[in-house]
Ligand binder design. Sequence first.
Ligand code: S3P
Length: 449
Amino acid sequence: MSGHGPAIPMTARKSAPLRGTAQIPGDKSISHRALILGALSVGETHVTGLLEGQDVLDTARAMRAFGAEVIQNGPGDWTVHGVGVGGFREPDCVIDCGNSGTGVRLIMGAMATTDITATFTGDASLNKRPMGRVTDPLALFGAQAVGRRGGRLPMTVIGAQDPVPARYHVPMPSAQVKSAVLLAGLNAPGQTVVIESEPTRDHSERMLRGFGAEITVEDTDEGRVITLTGQPELRGQNVAVPRDPSSAAFPVCAALMVQDSDILVPGVSQNPTRNGIFTTLQEMGADLVMENPRIEGGEPVADLRVRFSALKGVDVPPERAASMIDEYPILSALAATAEGVTTMRGVKELRVKESDRLDAMARGLEACGVRVSETEDSLTVHGMGAGGVPGGATVQTHLDHRIAMAFLCLGLTTQKPVTIDDASPIATSFPAFEGLMADLGGQITRDNT
Ligand code: S3P
């Protein structure tokens, strides 16, 4: 959905202690992959706990355009009848991936080794983001792409007629690029090899294996080497989507910031390629306990018990960045309420997310009275202690759901309210955010109602 509706300004105010249970929706990364792999399989895939955020709904619509049958049976309960590896048909309309970098990059990969052509577009945020990082490796398979200057959408991808397998060392830590290459490798004969210097989220590898692909992962001196044997017959699966740790991070950090809060966040994924935020919070002194650890839907999960805590600033090392890449906006907000300085290093990938997140957080925090400094690759936040952030500002969110949620959480604990210019992008990843925060006791209101 490339058009956004009217902007929805919202204001967060100092709140009483947050209390209760936060039911987090399904993981966004896994939801996209369940639909795409379901579409590339033979037979039926049944997905429960699918995130029904706009990003994932856009991927569902795209899979229909490529020929799969995608049906919603009930809330979070979806069925996909796939067309098999190499079975995508040529869409007769432009594929609109809305706000979703994951959607567009994975789908480009999935169609790049089939002899079809597709044109992709997105919203104003997605159309600014670099696609060359995906189309460069897809060219190794024989695919071609023509887009706007700088490799931007709208862009047409012409799938390879006679795909060849590829060997590709991903030059930046990016699960989207890794996944696009693996998905392209599905319809290339022989072995496709992807090497990543730093491990990034491994949902594609886990799910490809679960759907019946032959895939090996080896840790070597070169990095993590992933080898996929092409042209498998993927078979439809039952997928139970775990709850999204990146969405959970918002109520978790809100509870850590708001005096005397005590909340439970059940069944949150603890996949080691995603859980860097929880390690960091514990280093800051958070009273965060992982209760009842277990395996659900093939992923480790736990119930998170979170109580308000006096936090201290920390240095977040670059090697942890990939495992918490989406959590830096809320961590930056939280760091403003800690005692002392927090420095986040090795985070230049944040400059090419839904917005330039380093810039968006730095400008928003400054507007709220917080001292920050940034380099191309780092952000430093000078904490003001619990209850010490002045607030009293309107923050620009640049069509970025995580910037919007980060400042609404911060506003629950600032001296004066924090307003954001537009909360509408929150629906891309966490449509239930407003209601969930209200149920916990957060004072967040729409300004135009
Ligand atoms: C994602 C990978 C990450 C992350 C995004 C989801 C995925 O992006 O920021 O929200 O599902 O593969 P990059 O791979 O570009 O780092």
